[in-house]
Design a protein around this ligand. Sequence first.
Ligand code: GLN
Length: 469
Amino acid sequence: MTDAIGIAVQVQAGDRRAVEVIAEALSRLDDAAGLNAVVARRDDAALADAAAVDRAVAAGQVLPLAGVPVAVKDNLADAGWPLTCASAALRDHVAADTATAVARLRAAGAVVVARTNLDAFAMGSSTERSIYGPTRNPWDRERVAGGSSGGSAALVAAGAVPLALGSDTGGSVRQPAALCGVTGVLPTWGRVSRRGLVAFASSLDQVGPLTRSAADAHAALAVMAGPDPLDTSAADRPLDPWDPDEGLGGLRVGWLQEAFEPPTEPRVAGAVMAALGRLGVPLSTHALPELGHAGPAYLVLSTAEASSNLARYDGLRFGTPAPPGSAQPRVDARALLGEEVRRRLLMGTAVLAAGPRRALYARACAARDRLRAALDALFEEVDLLACPTSPTTAFPLGARLDDPVAMARADTLTVAANLAGLPALSTPCGLVDGLPVGLQLIAPRWAEARLFTAATALEALQGKTNAVR
Ligand code: GLN
């Protein structure tokens, strides 16, 4: 499978037809079936969409993503298609309209071929808590693909599609990208419209691309970014121009000391440090003690917001109704949300309830403010911050299912960017015991271009991505 930009150039030039590209992607989806990454396929619709792209190109239209196959996480709406969030509560739900991010990719010539697996309602770090069963990691099928956008990451890593969409509330694009050896981007909060994204925690949620190169991620983001009358949080802020051939210049990179210490595995830390060393830019070390509070603050704030956002799945307006004769119809309807989602909603309701626990919410807000201020201060000294994306490589299926604390540890290095509203990117930087390691770069608000510049330099140093071919 060629990269997204390569496909678009060929289709635009008339060297290849979109219908051929899409037919090939569909057969690659067949080959990848064992990963359990796909929850719904659009074969006929995708071929029809591809034919329309071919007609538009023949008529002289310029489409930046002409014929690019894309897979979409099953928490982003696409009118007329199932939108289940991998939860029994939405098993029969069909989307009434289309997410702005999806609509913009399509308007740019991309063709949606499939919908991908996730942890129910994007709550999880392994894509195991899904009514469809777990997604498997293409590098080792007995291991998790990461989560919650694990289906999207596994498909890109397997070479079935060059581009997939995920959502990232606390790491759900970057962490599976790291564990599957692909590129994943969390845009600046407000960069991409969330219209049509099923809300988890609104002050943290962003839609982001998963690809096999930084340049492809940039191409997708350039199309998706920008204001949206249907989502006032989407800023009127064009993506900075980015030249893929621009060198690193005097880019100053700082590494976050705490993120390289346990519980980060020493060999993961070593792989990331070695890659940073190869970059050949001025490196400095920075302490960020506020990082220690990021995980707990994320837990409080994300569950509080989720308890409000998910209140609608009571089986009346949204969600599957409880069976007739249920003793408590709303409670029984909520049982369909599943154990993990209910655990979070209970926690969120508790921290928002009047009483002494309410202080936790205020403390989490204060921790978030301090983290944001500390990161802003670091960006007075450096242009980018770097650390591992995940403290470990992909873990075995089932290993953390009974241990929510161990599961949440997978997110300790990713939640900070969400809490601070900063853009971040995970790029593959090597292997430990044959499993991919992700290097995370964090930039100041709206400075995604720096992420793409540094990630492109890293790719060149190690021969494109490590993705499974
Ligand atoms: N793994 C984190 C969680 O379970 C992040 C999820 C996400 O980013 N959607 O909350």
